[in-house]
Design a protein around this ligand. Structure first.
Ligand code: SF4
Length: 160
């Protein structure tokens, strides 16, 4: 019988994607082991064919800046049993959400961009919009915390 795999997605919103780079670097060391345990349903950085169907775990990086992003993250939440916030921007909003603290002069300077990209008045962390099950802090994410979280989820879903 084929081994059961953890159905995962890796998603990125407003951020610099450094935690995605950390994840791809971890694949260098863990690919042989993870390919037997992970069914990567959605990860645009890794593959061109992606589906957003029923996921066990969604890993989400970045802050949320627009209604489009908020709607997208709500859809991911609906389709995922667990959501992991990846990196400081997803966990706390910052540093992506620095504009939230801008004084009127600075806010005025970025107003054309905020309007052009149809941004919400404030950038939001994931937990402002959806339920988050696990936080992996760090800028970029802390590798050890990520590995600990992933192993915990693999055990919780009885993959290992
Ligand atoms: S937490 Fe840091 S590394 Fe991660 S996306 Fe935000 S700015 Fe980039």
């Amino acid at each position: 019988m084929a081994q059961k795999k953890l159905r995962i997605g890796w998603f990125t919103f407003s951020c610099c994607e450094d935690s995605t780079i950390v994840f791809t670097e971890l694949l260098n060391d863990h690919w042989q082991e993870w390919k037997k345990m992970l069914d990567i349903r959605h990860a645009r950085v890794l593959q061109s064919k992606n589906v957003l169907d029923e996921l066990d775990v969604a890993f989400i990086e970045g802050a949320l800046n627009s209604k489009k992003q908020v709607d997208a993250v709500k859809e991911i939440r609906e389709k995922s049993k667990k959501v992991v916030a990846i990196g400081a921007c997803a966990c706390t909003g910052l540093p992506s959400a620095q504009r939230n603290t801008f004084k009127p002069k600075e806010a005025g300077e970025i107003k054309p961009l905020v309007e052009k990209f149809e941004f919400l008045p404030k950038a939001q962390k994931l937990a402002d919009v959806i339920k988050v099950d696990v936080n992996v802090p760090g800028c970029p994410m802390d590798e050890k915390v990520f590995l600990h979280a992933l192993n915990g989820l693999l055990r919780e879903f009885k993959i290992i």
